[in-house]
Design a binder for this molecule. Structure first.
Ligand SMILES: Cc1cc2nc3c(=O)[nH]c(=O)nc-3n(C[C@H](O)[C@H](O)[C@H](O)COP(=O)(O)O)c2cc1C
Length: 487
């Protein structure tokens, strides 16, 4: 049963699972709450925490570590693994074509069934009546965190930044942190490769000086997850939220034309000003380093803030892994595996190691068929969607379990001749947060082909035979094993 009606519904689920700590101890969103959230994740408690007494913010509760564990997230979304949700988009088209009439009817039903994931507009009745306007319409009315001592300010750390794409009319909804500005507005940190920045550049090209926008804080768990998912443009992010949730999202269209989830805890209505670039950072980010200071990002002007009765503010924290973002990274890995396999059918499995922080490393197993196949897959992935921001790709054969780092190390150690199997692609685009690149956003990529080699790749020789015990010995030892008293 999917827990996707709203955030309160998910909190009830966590409570029943014994995975929600609730506290009345007074805590500050400035440094204190972030440190508590980090200690919970580093301590491996796998729990969310609801703060009922937030210093300076009476009436506003704060929740953290909503993505406390991957298994919990799957249970809340009613799936055994997120591949199941990811397959929903492609299932109807990735089957043999229907031939009989009954197959055709069933297949048509399945394609039309995608309609159940479409967003549904609801009227004013579904929306909140608490509004902050005029001088009160300031981001610091929300319990925004200061996450690390040398951060440049306070941030909304899990905002769903909404803009309607000016070209296709689809909804972009990305988790891009927003730094609070002294004048009550914010600075939106959408990075160069993200959909938000694409909308920004499209608006500039069209000579537009204002992008109608909304920032949502707090929604159901499937919609929150979708905000951080690299959904390929131009798939509507509200539609994708429906796919993740297993049912269409109810949306309310704000006066500025931007649709937002009707189950939002807070909605900040306003505009992003593409010409008004302001200083952003430093901020202690996913790699565990402060981002470069003095970078400029667009300003968000707040027009009004809506919130539910008794709203719950959700903030996330970043830093060295493993924090809750590694669960979000795992979710992306599983959710997008089916679409990856649709594009590259030779892919068997993929692992984005948690300590590689989303974009650092991808290990991919393939069903190898021809010489050069390992590098072909690596080169394809280097240019594919947000996976293209990954720095290091390791390609292994299908019998290697990509989730077992020791098996991967064995494959790299015994199958790789560096001169032949390592590919460094210089001067490529790079993840904006990667602290190692010579210039921000521009660096290089590494592919390691750790597959077994074909004769063409192996100087015309056959690949050596791997050791394997014979059947007869295996059977005899199986019989004697219990008698040996080993275990
Ligand atoms: C906690 C958290 C914070 C994030 N902060 C940012 C950010 O400040 N800027 C950014 O571009 N991406 C950030 N991301 C990653 C984006 O949410 C992710 O790339 C997503 O795919 C963006 O949406 P888009 O693909 O529609 O552009 C963050 C992710 C998480 C989990």
């Amino acid at each position: 049963m999917s827990r996707t009606s709203d955030l309160g519904d998910y909190l009830d689920f966590l409570r029943k699972e014994g995975r929600l700590v609730e506290t009345g101890v007074e805590v500050s969103p400035i440094l204190e709450i972030p440190e508590i959230l980090r200690r919970i994740m580093y301590g491996g408690y796998g729990k969310a925490i609801l703060f009922n007494n937030v210093k300076g913010y009476p009436g506003f509760r704060v929740v953290g570590n909503l993505f406390a564990s991957y298994e919990l997230l799957c249970r809340a979304l009613g799936v055994g693994g997120l591949e199941e949700a990811g397959a929903r988009l492609f299932e109807p088209v990735a089957r043999p074509p229907p031939l009989t009439l009954s197959e055709k009817v069933r297949s048509l039903g399945e394609v039309l069934g995608l309609g159940k994931y479409m967003p549904k507009k609801v009227g004013r009745a579904g929306f909140t009546s608490n509004v902050l306007e005029g001088r009160d319409a300031r981001l610091d009315r929300l319990p925004a965190f200061k996450v690390w001592p040398r951060d440049g300010g306070r941030y909304l750390t899990y905002p769903l930044v909404h803009v309607v794409d000016p070209v296709k009319g689809v909804v972009n909804m990305g988790v891009y942190r927003v730094m609070l500005h002294d004048d009550g507005g914010g600075v939106v940190h959408w990075q160069a490769h993200k959909r938000g920045m694409q909308a920004h550049q499209d608006a500039e090209r069209r000579g537009e000086h204002e992008i109608p926008a909304a920032i949502v804080v707090g929604s159901d768990i499937g919609t929150l997850l979708t905000g951080a998912m690299p959904v390929p443009y131009p798939i509507d992010k509200h539609l994708f939220a429906g796919v993740v949730r297993g049912e269409g999202l109810q949306v309310y269209v704000l006066d500025n034309g931007v649709p937002v989830p009707a189950n939002s805890e807070f909605v900040i209505e306003g505009s992003i000003l593409p010409d008004d670039l302001r200083r952003e950072g430093p901020y202690g980010d996913h790699f565990g380093y402060y981002d470069m200071p003095d970078r400029r990002f667009p300003y968000f002007r707040v027009d009004r803030i809506w919130y539910r009765d008794d709203p719950v503010y959700f903030g996330s924290v970043t830093g060295k892994p493993p924090l809750e973002d590694v669960v979000i990274g795992k979710a992306a890995e599983r959710l997008f595996l089916p679409s990856l396999q649709t594009l590259l059918p030779e892919i068997v499995d993929m692992h984005l190691p948690p300590y590689g922080v989303f974009q650092g490393m991808a290990i991919v197993s393939i069903r190898k068929r021809y010489p050069g196949h390992g590098k072909k897959v690596a080169l394809a992935l280097m240019g594919l969607g947000q996976l293209s921001l990954t720095k290091i790709f390791i390609i292994v054969d299908e019998d290697i379990n990509v989730h077992d780092i020791n098996q991967v190390i064995w494959a790299v150690s015994s199958h790789v001749d560096p001169q032949r199997d390592v590919l460094v692609v210089p001067n490529t685009h790079a993840d904006e947060l990667d602290p190692s690149t010579p210039v921000p956003r521009y660096g290089s990529k590494l592919a390691i082909d750790a597959t077994r080699k074909t004769p063409e790749e192996y100087g015309g020789r056959d690949w050596p035979e791997e050791v394997e015990v014979d059947e007869e010995t295996r059977r005899r030892v199986d019989e004697k094993w219990p008698l040996l008293g080993i275990g």
